[in-house]
Design a protein around this ligand. Sequence first.
Ligand code: GLN
Length: 305
Amino acid sequence: MIDYQSIIEQIHNDISLRKNYGEVASYIPELAAINTEKFGVSLSTIKGQTYHTGDWETKFSIQSIIKVLLLSMAYSKLGGQLWQRVGVEPSGTPFNSLGTLENDAGVPRNPFSNAGAIVVSDVLLDLYEDPRQSLLAMMRKVTGTDSIHYDAKVAASEKTKGYRNVALVNLLKSLGNVHNDVEQVLDLYLDCCSIAINCKQLAKLFMFLANHGETIDGQSNLLNPSQTKRMNAIMLTCGFYDEAGDFAYKVGLPGKSGVGGGIVAVLPGEFSIAVWSPRLNEKGNSYRGLKFLEQFTSATGQSIF
Ligand code: GLN
């Protein structure tokens, strides 16, 4: 039996004592105001135990981690048909890249790039009457708390300076892969990125990906087992943009990061783990979050490989 509590505390202490590196995402002014030294961890196991340390109760901005849930909402309804609109290949490019889109005829390489998530947001506007409400209701139900919410300040802040996303949605529209109004699509995407959540809620939320698509309370199936396998494959290959190979190599778990400094990763059949530390490396992934997970899978020997 692995003593998760003492392992996560030990690694958290060890990393906290060392110099912290990286910058916060200043292109979202509201995120730049955050205390950069926050550092929280939460782990939920398939057997129902939870372990936490550090700032695990403090809320932060979910940002790109939400792309996994947006994709799940679209994929559960459309199945493989969705891949006509967005691919499943690692891009090897930064999250906000415009580079390959024109040559790829407006079909983003994968759903975890901003381009891909914008297309998925467009799909959701066609599939759901009120996608914001459906997403929030699902998140609240799965985590058993009403305290998860959209953060209007963060969303508004990103809307003032999110020039690359404005460019992306317009390029996608011009290439015919956005069907709805560009403002409507971008608003949905940015609102979803703004959601405030803490490590404990995030770990709980992602348990379905460790549990064949079924929520941990056994009440609903967000995805079927085959879709869950594929979702984990996309997280492993594309979850960290041009650092996905490095994450697979060092950590060995499917996961997803966000520029709010959060990272969540799962070991199918075992656990889900969420880490938050706001300073980001040059690839836009949490510096301490990556360090923590690398040490965690090394110390426990728990990875998919
Ligand atoms: N809202 C952010 C953006 O679109 C999300 C990016 C991220 O977390 N990597 O730029």
